[in-house]
Design a protein around this ligand. Structure first.
Ligand code: HEM
Length: 338
């Protein structure tokens, strides 16, 4: 009996788990945790009341998670003595925030359905809710992701784009994730909510591309305003709105770009570049087209998976490393993908 079990475990360990990329679907938790979506939205609503910006900050986490080895909540792992996680990566340090809202959502989910809902799915649901709660479109999210066992600061450093990026760089980056030019422009429309730091724009205010001059595409009145907010040598952590209506998810962001009032270089470049410009124009006149393209982009981005093995983390910040490897295998192979 012991031998049989031993060989069974060996057999399990030999399985190629990369072939087990989850099939995602909207009803994944309909039996195991039917209240999951309600719980996530409820905590997000409370977070928004406490601090309106926090839901934009949580929404951003989907992008920074999904681009680095798939949507697997690797982003949420805290550093350990043996692992440099993604939180301190170049694009994330002093910038990503509201991890405590994610903790709160996870705690609420664990109270109701312990060990059932992954942190990776939590991020996907919370991002959608942030958009809905800010007045944007609603959509059905696909669920069934697993949480990674590890994270990579190096991968995040290599992949995540800087605010200095130009449109051609971004087009190429997004295409590597099977995301089209339209997806890039629509997803950048997430900057319809939230804020950015002076640190992210001082180069374009005072030394664009090493010219010693400001970015000429910034509309002069807007530049005056940004200069006041972010004086040369000033405090880098001061924040400014990413568009003129930073708590409302609408197409104002695109109207701002058409008027030279984009906050980040990576935003304004979408109107400067002829390949992306027509999408910006189109979304600036049709909020409906923007919303439709945005939802498509979010679903495509949410489909990114690494195919690596995973678990359901109990605490989004910590890999369940104390659990024996074999248990991990069971968890992965016993899942009911819907
Ligand atoms: C296209 C490439 C992108 C670049 C270069 C970029 C870059 C940035 C930067 C530099 C900031 C401000 C950070 C700071 O100053 O601390 C920011 C904020 C933000 N980004 Fe992006 N981003 C991109 C795409 C996206 C996507 C695809 C999403 C989500 C779908 C997203 C969601 C957000 C949100 C919501 C904020 C505001 C967060 C807050 O207020 O805390 N971004 N982004």
């Amino acid at each position: 009996m012991t031998y049989t079990l031993f060989f069974f475990f060996l057999f399990l360990q030999s399985l190629d788990l990369s072939a087990m990329a989850a099939t995602l679907g909207p009803k994944f938790y309909s039996e195991s945790c039917p209240q999951a979506e309600f719980i996530v939205k409820d905590v997000m609503k409370k977070a928004m009341k406490r601090e309106p910006r926090s839901i934009a900050s949580v929404m951003r986490l989907q992008f920074h998670d999904c681009f680095v080895n798939g949507c697997d909540a690797s982003l949420l792992l805290d550093d350990t003595p043996n692992m440099l996680g993604e939180k301190l990566a170049l694009s994330n340090i002093n910038s990503l925030r509201s991890y405590e809202v994610v903790d709160e959502v996870k705690e609420a989910l664990e109270r109701e359905c312990p060990g059932v809902v992954s942190c990776a799915d939590l991020l996907i649901m919370a991002a959608r809710d942030a958009v809905v709660l800010s007045g944007g479109p609603n959509w059905e999210v696909k669920l069934g992701r697993l949480d990674s066992l590890t994270a990579s600061q190096e991968d995040s450093n290599q992949i995540m784009p800087s605010p200095r990026s130009n449109a051609t760089y971004l087009i190429d980056l997004f295409s590597r994730f099977n995301l089209s030019v339209q997806d890039l422009v629509a997803l950048s429309g997430s900057h319809s909510i939230g804020k950015g730091r002076c640190f992210s724009i001082v180069f374009r205010l005072y030394n664009q591309s090493g010219s010693g001059k400001p970015d000429p595409t910034i509309e002069p009145k807007f530049r005056e305003k940004l200069d006041k907010l972010c004086p040369l040598g000033g405090e880098g952590n001061v924040t400014g709105d990413l568009d003129a209506t930073p708590e409302i998810f609408d197409n104002q962001y695109f109207k701002d770009l058409v008027n030279g009032r984009g906050f980040l270089n990576s935003d304004q470049t979408l109107f400067t570049c002829p390949i992306t410009r027509e999408y910006v124009r189109e979304f600036s006149v049709s909020q409906e087209k923007f919303f439709k393209a945005f939802v498509e982009g979010m679903i495509k981005m949410g489909d990114l998976q690494s195919g690596r093995p995973g678990v359901i983390r109990r605490d989004c910040r910590v890999a369940n490393s104390h659990r024996p490897r074999i248990e991990v295998l069971f968890e992965t192979s016993n899942r009911k993908d819907k």
